[in-house]
Design a protein around this ligand. Sequence first.
Ligand code: ASP
Length: 345
Amino acid sequence: MKSESISILIIYTGGTIGMKQNPETGALMPFNFEQIEQEVPELKKFGYRLQTYSFDPPIDSSDITPEFWANLAQLIYENYHKFDGFVILHGTDTMSFTASALSFMLEGLAKPVVLTGSQLPIGMLRTDGKENLISAIEIAAAQHNGQAMVSEVSIFFENRLYRGNRTTKHNSEHFNAFRSNNYPFLAEAGIFIKYNFPFIHYPTEPQPLVIHTKMDTSLAVLKLFPGITPNVVSSILKAPNVKAVILETYGSGNALTQRWFLDLIQEAVNKNLVIFNVTQCKAGRVDMDKYENGLVLKRLGVVSGSDITFEAAVAKLMFLMGKGYYGKQLAEELTKSIAGEITVK
Ligand code: ASP
């Protein structure tokens, strides 16, 4: 395909990439998207048809909500046949949550949806934003025999492309802000952009894009630490209207085995609460068969999160509950890979 016939929609949601300093406070605040085009005149040099869409007002991604994700999914759906690829400019703070949510919401996706952002505003001399934006567009436009090179929701940052639902923001200062600890990167940008084909998902047969925009947020998070009290555990497990709890455990999915703790877990499971075991470790997987302290959770009916990230766990639970899965059915669905977010052995 000739480059001028390739079209990319650049969606600006906010984040540092499009921020400027508030002259009064010195703090960073979002600015109008038109200024991004002024700041990156290189965009005009692309042979592609680039169109932009800006959310109004642009937000700091700490303000992201499931409703915002639904609007993003809807926007992609409405423009799906008009563009070959999508680039979403997004704050880094919650980019991994958004990428995870979109990977579930966009069923049958066969075009690139590349999220990127920056650590330094695009107007600053040493910004990482220009390079991130330009490479993200390049990747969103990349095709081979009419087939997109990366037909999934991904994050491009510094010089790597990752499967979005495998990422986590790991550094708040380095340009290399993201990690995908449990899944190889999808591409690396050096002099050439090298694609890691065996790890990229390609649709086996053409499917229409179907979007799922209902997310049920009735979940809570219980992060374990030595010395956690019955009072805290109980207040989370018994919080009103909570239907699922992410239990952030130690190592390969281990927890304390004190009687009071196990009794509270048992009581919660008996009441149909789904307890999803996600490790506090940055890499590796939950294996509740490995230690007695994990096995005891498994026997109580706690569900293994395998090698899922915390971000993908949040989005997956909201997505599945939004589809109407609760209790045992939810527990069952959680063990399946929906968009390559876990390694199923
Ligand atoms: N607070 C900003 C945001 O996530 C940080 C960033 O863009 O990197 O929107």
